[in-house]
Design a binder for this molecule. Structure first.
Ligand SMILES: [Zn+2]
Ligand SMILES: [Zn+2]
Length: 346
């Protein structure tokens, strides 16, 4: 048994291959193309959905409590910092052990999401325009072969990509603006499979979508963020309640370190307030599911469920992009105010 397992990564012919990491994709120069950014965002939502509170909380608890315990027993007299240093490796090991089961899933999700968008999961090369042979497309960059049927659409990424010195800064700012803390990360589809869930502000999907799909995404967002606004406001009011006394105490000392800390906490308080207002506090997974399905949008990947070739089997509508199964909220053709509204959009 290997302590640090490596997931088996195979292409569609069963041949071992490499896989791109989310970090590589985030700093790819095609990020300035909304379609590419939306694909990467969807992958990061899928990866985030693998985390459960316990997998993160247990190692942190072990680290904090273990450090505190040894600092008053075995390592008494030494700094608490030393004790925490000693406990860092076991805490990291516990984190790895708890997450090892996720590795295979992470590989599968990366392959699924990238292939749907015509990106080679092995090297992030654009598969558009490559020849198809026996239903397989061989990547000309890394040699991995993928099934053509797994690709939903090809993009010509990079047409809108810009090359400039300020690009990394712009990308970072875009990411800051799209940051949505505290929202739900996973959801059950109507066949009770756990799926990742879209973030309620739909920042990347809205940027990438076109025409009528775009309008429905905007309307679904309005409906989703109408939930929980009072809770967000109350949360913002609580932040200065805790932060203000700490800031005042630090600023009133003569120690330059404390004053610096106090001055640092001030913008942090403002930022956390802004992020809370822009975040997803009080928006439940059920709110997202209801609103998205009412507008015929996939709650898991934001793709359009109103396409003509929509396979609807036994009352379930299967998302052509992510395979999630949904029961649509209203029958098509019935008097649904939400849909009539969007259908009238030219
Ligand atoms: Zn490749
Ligand atoms: Zn979907």
């Amino acid at each position: 048994m290997r302590f640090f397992p490596r997931a088996a990564i195979l292409d569609d012919t069963g041949k071992p291959c490499e896989i791109v990491s989310i970090w590589q994709l985030r700093w790819d120069e095609r990020q300035s193309d909304p379609a590419f950014a939306a694909a990467v965002h969807r992958l990061s939502r899928a990866l985030v959905a693998n985390y459960s509170g316990m997998k993160v909380a247990a190692p942190i608890m072990l680290w904090v409590l273990g450090g505190m315990f040894t600092s008053i027993t075995l390592l008494a007299g030494y700094s608490l910092l030393l004790s925490w240093l000693v406990w860092a490796p076991p805490a990291l090991a516990l984190y790895w052990i708890m997450r090892r089961g996720d590795l295979q899933r992470i590989v599968r999700q990366t392959i699924d999401v990238l292939l749907v968008n015509g990106i080679c999961p092995g090297c992030a090369y654009n598969l558009a325009g490559l020849p198809e042979e026996d239903g397989l497309i061989g990547c000309s960059e890394c040699g991995a072969a993928w099934m053509r049927s797994r690709i939903a659409r090809f993009h010509s990424f990079g047409q809108r990509a810009e090359r400039s010195e300020t690009r990394p800064l712009r990308l970072w700012w875009e990411r800051v603006k799209a940051f949505e803390p505290y929202g739900p990360t996973s959801i059950y589809d109507d066949r009770s499979f756990v799926r990742p869930v879209v973030s309620p502000r739909l920042a990347w999907p809205i940027r990438a979508a076109e025409n009528e799909h775009h309008d429905r995404l905007v309307e679904a967002r309005e409906e989703m963020i109408s939930h929980g606004s009072i809770r967000r406001l109350l949360t913002v009011c609580v932040i200065p309640f805790f932060a203000y006394p700490i800031i005042v105490v630090n600023l009133r000392t003569d120690n330059p370190l404390n004053i610096a800390l106090g001055l640092l906490l001030l913008p942090m308080m403002v930022y956390s307030g802004i992020f809370t207002l822009r975040g997803a506090v009080g928006i439940k997974a059920q709110h997202i599911k209801d609103a998205m399905l009412r507008y015929r949008l996939c709650p898991s990947c934001a793709s359009d469920l109103m396409t003509d070739d929509q396979p609807e089997v036994q009352g379930f509508c299967t998302c052509p992009e992510c395979g999630a199964a949904w029961r649509l909220r209203e029958e098509p053709g019935s008097q649904s105010p939400a849909l009539d509204e969007t259908r009238s959009v030219p």
